[in-house]
Write a protein that binds this ligand. Sequence first.
Ligand SMILES: Nc1ncnc2c1ncn2[C@@H]1O[C@H](COP(=O)(O)OP(=O)(O)OP(=O)(O)O)[C@@H](O)[C@H]1O
Ligand SMILES: [Mg+2]
Length: 457
Amino acid sequence: MASPDEPVEPRASMFTPREIVSELDRYVIGQDKAKRAVAVALRNRWRRRRVAQELRDEIAPKNILMMGPTGVGKTEIARRLAKLAQAPFLKVEATKFTEVGYVGRDVDSMIRDLVELAIREVKGELEQGVRHKAAEAAEERMLAHLLKSRPRGSFEESPAADREARDALRARLRGGELDGEPVEIEVQERGGPAVEVFSASGMEELEFKFQDMFANLPGVGQRKRQRKVKVKEALRVFADQEAGKLIDMESVVGEAKSRVEQSGIVFLDELDKVAVRERGGHGPDVSREGVQRDLLPLVEGTTVTTKHGPVHTDHILFIAAGAFHVTRPSDLIPELQGRFPIRVELGPLGKDEFVRILREPQNALLKQQTALLATEDVALSFTDDAVDAIAEIAADVNRRAENIGARRLHTVLEALLEEVSFTAPEKPGSEVRIDGAEVRRRLAHLVQDVDLARYIL
Ligand SMILES: Nc1ncnc2c1ncn2[C@@H]1O[C@H](COP(=O)(O)OP(=O)(O)OP(=O)(O)O)[C@@H](O)[C@H]1O
Ligand SMILES: [Mg+2]
């Protein structure tokens, strides 16, 4: 593990922009501009870490604003990027937050969440590293535990016999023979105290102070309890406990905080929903503007207090997204607009894209449906002609009812496969081959009737 002051180098940050785009291509069809923008942003983190220290601190990330109609891949790009980035990555909806001083979550909580997430990640990585050692220690503990709780006099008290008994028991334990045996072990009660501290906004800081206070009271946070469990379960508990002993939480937290500060990414979805058409109003609008105002310092770079100490947000990358259908970026308060200098527009999807979305992505919808039915031993397949017809219908309904982008494919497919899905368990071993004529036969009546299409497709 890199020490906290050494810059971290997640594997994926080695990807060139072209490689990042081609990774994203495996899941998201089209939208090249958006892919290029996020790829450059990600690569810039890597470049920045290579720059001399004095200048490095000066280089702020260029935040991105993704705009485009609903269902065209904004959130999907973010999700895939998260997996790729191997950096602390948090996706939040701007609408989740309320202005400081109102009841609800304040925007700072996203940074706290990001830190918690990074801690879990770092801890998980380290646990992976000590897993073997921890399992060994757990086995030893279990042996000692089992031998101790055996009735007295049931084994010889000589060291040789003792060792023999131990080895025999070890063999049985490893063979899984004892897995189902009950044992009594001591477990630590996790979680906070039975007192719930209610958090009004701005109180979250207080809340975690309270929880810490309680946790540190003797006999409260670390209550121990005897529990009767099966040997298998007990081994797992022991292994967790031993892993915990082998991991230095302080350096975990240090590393996690440094990852957040140096390579953290926040994806701020639904930003358009906190934009306000006309300013100076009352009610919810005022609060939405408040949220935008609260976001400013975070995006600009500030210090957020967390229970693990202060965290600087200067180098956290923010990627915002929104349909900006009703409101436009210019409806955001000007200061916030300026903090998202890179704008990318995602275009609407048409029939050609739909054909590809149905088929090409790693997790393509048709592959999913086929895999689901395969579990019932039903072989589902689609002819090219069928794929074409599905895409055509989806595009058509989008045009005539409402354009919900690729989400339309889900509804069309569900309607198409309703009967096959329902009856599949009754026909194991069967083959279902869907062609264009079949698609049209099943869906034509829905498409023709716009009202019906509105409800069903
Ligand atoms: N370009 C695309 N390629 C592949 N799949 C896509 C594409 N666009 C959308 N999808 C699929 O459609 C669904 C909705 O997409 P997504 O969640 O990205 O929409 P969005 O742009 O975030 O919309 P909204 O503004 O409503 O949040 C997802 O299941 C996604 O996999
Ligand atoms: Mg979305």
